[in-house]
Design a protein around this ligand. Structure first.
Ligand SMILES: C[S@@+](CC[C@H](N)C(=O)[O-])C[C@H]1O[C@@H](n2cnc3c(N)ncnc32)[C@H](O)[C@@H]1O
Length: 237
């Protein structure tokens, strides 16, 4: 797989501004636990080496659904609380009324106010306006890892957590805020990994003006021969 960006890509200036604003606006971002830090370090190595870790499968789904990520039929189950990977992509701090046209962009923070000094640090082409609100876009359109292929479900088995990566002994570069995908239940071999793209703001599907296809981790599975199976009826949803 060509997508091998283990963690989000940002620049020191943007990270500094984001860290300042988080502090000033008193935005509570939990610290990643030692367990999560260790698992991020492990999966990051696999992503850099192989792209897609060997316990996962990337498979084309029917129609417009594109590709999806499955747990390999011969892999060990993924336990609840296990880190899947950071959702990686390119970080930018942009005015709230701009951007957001990528299918792979996550809004990790919203309603941020920056001061003049921070505006200059960002080298923004726009004039400074003290009341302008910004959002943090994390876009995996051009650069990312396998998590960009994880599809949407309103009954997901993976949750997106916004965590702070502190100074650590795992060789991970600290970051003020990073999206980490973590299993919210046991994921069985052959099941699809699914995350819910929206919170209360309902911004993702509304902007695309399409209704998402309803699926659960069991709607499409990979059988022991590696073939895609579609379940129908009640068991599927
Ligand atoms: C982050 S990408 C996920 C990977 C995508 N399937 C691919 O092959 O690149 C998000 C896009 O996948 C498709 N998608 C994901 N979940 C879907 C769902 N439940 N129903 C319909 N389309 C979905 C939509 O086109 C959406 O904009």
């Amino acid at each position: 797989m060509k997508y091998r960006l283990a963690r989000q890509q940002s620049c020191p200036e943007t990270d500094k501004v984001i860290a300042n604003v988080i502090k000033r606006q008193k935005i509570a971002i939990p610290r990643a636990s030692e367990k999560v830090l260790k698992e991020i370090a492990q999966v990051s190595k696999l992503i850099e080496k192989e792209g897609l870790p060997s316990y996962l499968v990337c498979k084309k789904l029917p129609g417009e659904l594109g590709r999806g990520i499955f747990l390999h039929p011969e892999a060990k189950p993924i336990k609840r609380g296990q880190t899947i990977a950071p959702y990686s992509g390119v970080i930018s701090l942009i005015p709230q009324n701009e951007g957001g046209d990528s299918n792979y962009a996550f809004s990790s923070l919203n309603d941020l106010r920056i001061n003049k000094e921070e505006h200059e640090l960002l080298n923004s082409k726009q004039r400074f306006h003290p009341r302008r609100l910004y959002w943090v876009s994390l876009d995996a359109e051009k650069r990312g890892n396998f998590t960009r292929f994880i599809n949407h479900s309103s009954k997901p088995n993976v949750d997106a957590h916004l965590l702070r990566i502190p100074k650590n002994s795992h060789g991970l570069h600290p970051s003020p805020a990073e999206i980490i995908y973590i299993a919210n239940r046991t994921i069985h071999p052959g099941e699809q990994l699914l995350v819910c793209y929206e919170d209360e703001d309902k911004s993702y599907w509304g902007a695309l003006k399409i209704k998402p296809f309803p699926m659960t981790p069991k709607t499409f599975t990979i059988d022991p021969s590696g073939n895609l199976k579609k379940q129908t009826g009640r068991n599927a949803l």
